[in-house]
Design a protein. Structure first.
Ligand code: SAM
Length: 290
């Protein structure tokens, strides 16, 4: 464990320290400032999470990596006689989550600033744990999901949205192809913490079984992300994303200009009357605590 600092959540596992720093720094600030944009980008997958979670009126729900809390608030509305607790390691995102939940007048939400891998949740306190693209970041996924399992009652349900491998996610392939400007980029590993940390079904089954879950099931969700209303709007959104900023940072001015033009052209190719839509593929993962 590392000692708490103003930048870090209490009790952050050393293996999550870099991730906690990122989500409490520029990445978290960006997500908090543009929460509506991020919500809109992945909204096509929201109904699948609701279906997988099957939240009942009196359920006590834990939302792992809740960010600005959109899925926590949806859970709270689905459980008017229950409660939804969002846990996240990012202070700026939790501030936004609390602000939005108060504005919505929701009395049955709570937000906890913590590393979900190690936070001492009350044992068996929840009927269902959900996560909308927020559970792929554990430095030790078996420990993280075992901690979530302990927070669930025996027989409690787990429902996650995660990304399928990069090769099936055109939106990120396009960003990488255009902004790499010909540089070879390493493939994101499918069993390391990050957006593709739960992309490999065999890895997911191994992790969840070792963490105390059974009946693990993955449903492929083909879909699209909506990057903006039109090309300009999408260009503004994409160029502020962490991966895009990272790639642009290493380019000289001329190469950067050409790469940005290529990105803009690629986004324009995907402009539709419903916005700029690029292919995406997620998993809906369900399991039960043994
Ligand atoms: C891709 S964002 C998704 C946020 C939110 N679920 C949504 O759909 O908008 C990933 C979230 O996981 C959180 N996170 C990463 N590692 C975490 C950890 N160990 N414990 C709790 N939250 C974590 C981040 O702070 C971030 O808010």
């Amino acid at each position: 464990m590392t000692a708490p600092t103003p930048q870090q959540a209490p009790l952050v596992d050393a293996r999550n320290a870099d991730m906690a720093a990122a989500w409490n720094g520029a990445e978290g600030e960006d997500w908090a400032a543009r929460a509506d944009r991020f919500d809109a980008a992945s909204a096509a997958f929201d109904p699948a999470l609701a279906g997988a979670a099957g939240i009942a009126a009196a359920d006590r729900v834990l939302d792992v990596g809740c960010g600005a809390g959109t899925s926590t608030r949806a859970a709270a509305r689905a459980a008017p006689a229950g409660h939804a607790t969002g846990v996240d390691v990012s202070a700026p995102l939790l501030a936004e989550a609390r602000r939005r939940s108060a504005a919505a007048g929701l009395a049955n939400t709570t937000f906890v600033w913590a590393d979900a891998q190690v936070h001492p949740f009350d044992p068996a306190a929840y009927d269902v744990a959900i996560s909308r693209f927020g559970a792929m970041f554990f430095g030790d996924p078996v420990a993280g999901f075992a901690n979530v399992a302990r927070a669930l009652r025996p027989g409690g349900r787990l429902a996650l949205l995660t990304w399928q491998p990069l090769a099936r996610n055109e939106w990120l392939l396009v960003i990488r192809r255009t902004l790499s400007a010909g540089r070879p980029l390493p493939e994101p590993p499918s069993d390391a913490p990050g957006p593709f940390g739960l992309a490999d079904p065999d890895h997911v089954r191994r992790v969840l079984a070792a963490a105390g879950f059974s009946a693990v099931d993955l449903t492929a969700l083909p879909g699209a992300v909506r990057l903006g209303a039109d090309t300009d709007d999408a260009f503004g959104f994409v160029t502020g994303l962490g991966p895009a900023r990272g790639l642009l940072g290493g380019l000289d001015a001329g190469t950067r200009r050409a790469a940005l033009e290529e990105l803009r052209a690629a986004l324009a190719d995907h402009e539709t009357p419903d916005g700029v839509l690029l292919g995406a593929a997620a998993w809906a993962i369900t399991a039960r605590r043994r």
